[in-house]
Write a protein that binds this ligand. Structure first.
Ligand SMILES: Nc1ncnc2c1ncn2[C@@H]1O[C@H](COP(=O)(O)OP(=O)(O)OP(=O)(O)O)[C@@H](O)[C@H]1O
Length: 236
C-alpha cells in the first residue's frame, strides 16, 4: 500500500478538523480527494506529508510511519501544497537546483533532473525568468516541478490546478495523468470534471469524516454525475 491512513483525527483547539478518517491508496492509483471548503482535506494531506502531526491515528507512506520515519516519508513524497510557497527572487533553474540539492541530488544528475523537470512541466519558454515574474499558472508548474524533482513514488497535490487557464488546465491534467502512470497520486480538487478525467477513485470527506470511497467506474455505472453524488453527500 502506498498510502495508508487509519483512524486519523486532528483537533485544532476545540475543533475536530479530521475525525476518524481511514482510507488507503494503492501503488499506481490516482485518487481524487474531495470535500467542501473546510472539510479537512488539506489537514489530512499536511499530516500525510509530515507538515503537521496527528492528534491520533496512524499514517503510513510507502510503508513508513509519518511519526517514526518522517525522513523516509519526506523522501517518498512529492508535495504541492495549496498555497505553493516559492522563493520569488530566485530564477526557475536556481530554485529547482536548490530543491534538488535538498534531496541530495548533485553534479550531472542534478543538472539533468532540472532540465527534465523544465521540459516535463512545460517551463522552457519562461525558464529565464525569476519566479516572482511568472504568472500563476507557471508558478503552479514550478510547484509541480519541485514536487517531482527527486522522482518520488508518491505525489500529493493540494488543489494543484487552481487558477490555471483552460489550456493550462488541460496540459497540467495530462501531466498528472502521465506521471500517474508510474506514481501513486492523491490530489484534492473542487473541479469535478477534472477528477472525472484523471482519477481511478474518489474519496469524499465532509466535516472531517469520509462519506464516500468509490471507484469512478462504480459511480459511472450508476449513471450519476460526480457533481450530483458530491452534493447529495455533502449538502446538509
Ligand atoms: N492551523 C489551524 N488552526 C486552527 N484551525 C485550522 C487550522 N488549519 C485548518 N483549520 C480548520 O480545520 C478545518 C479543516 O480545514 P482544512 O484546511 O483541512 O480544510 P479543506 O478541506 O482543505 O478546505 P478548503 O477546500 O477550503 O481548502 C477548517 O475548519 C479550518 O478552519
Amino acid at each position: 500500500m502506498s498510502i495508508r491512513i487509519q483512524h486519523l483525527t486532528k483537533v485544532y483547539g476545540s475543533q475536530k478538523a479530521v475525525n476518524d478518517v481511514s482510507f488507503d491508496v494503492s501503488r499506481g492509483e490516482i485518487v481524487g480527494f474531495l470535500g467542501p471548503n473546510g472539510a479537512g482535506k488539506s489537514t489530512t494531506m499536511k499530516i500525510t506529508t509530515c507538515y503537521l502531526s496527528a492528534t491520533s491515528g496512524q499514517v503510513e507512506v510507502n510503508g513508513f510511519d509519518v511519526m517514526q520515519h518522517s525522513m523516509d516519508v519526506r523522501r517518498s513524497i512529492g508535495y504541492l501544497p495549496e498555497h505553493n510557497p516559492l522563493y520569488t527572487d530566485m530564477y526557475i533553474k536556481e530554485f529547482l537546483r536548490f530543491v534538488g540539492a535538498l534531496y541530495h541530488l548533485k553534479g550531472e544528475t542534478l543538472t539533468k533532473r532540472v532540465s527534465e523537470m523544465i521540459e516535463i512541466c512545460g517551463l522552457e519558454v519562461e525558464q529565464r525568468k525569476k519566479i516572482g515574474q511568472l504568472s500563476k499558472g507557471y508558478r503552479q508548474r514550478v510547484g509541480l516541478a519541485q514536487a517531482l524533482i527527486h522522482n518520488p513514488p508518491v505525489l500529493i497535490l493540494d488543489e494543484a490546478t487552481t487558477g490555471l487557464d483552460p489550456n493550462q488546465l488541460v496540459e497540467i491534467r495530462n501531466l498528472i495523468k502521465t506521471v500517474g502512470k508510474e506514481k501513486t497520486v492523491l490530489f484534492s480538487s473542487h473541479i469535478m470534471q477534472e477528477v472525472e478525467a484523471i482519477c481511478d477513485r474518489v474519496v469524499i470527506i465532509n466535516r472531517g469524516q469520509v462519506v464516500a470511497d468509490r471507484s469512478l467506474k462504480d459511480l459511472q455505472n450508476e449513471g450519476k454525475p460526480l457533481e450530483v453524488v458530491f452534493q447529495e453527500l455533502t449538502m446538509q
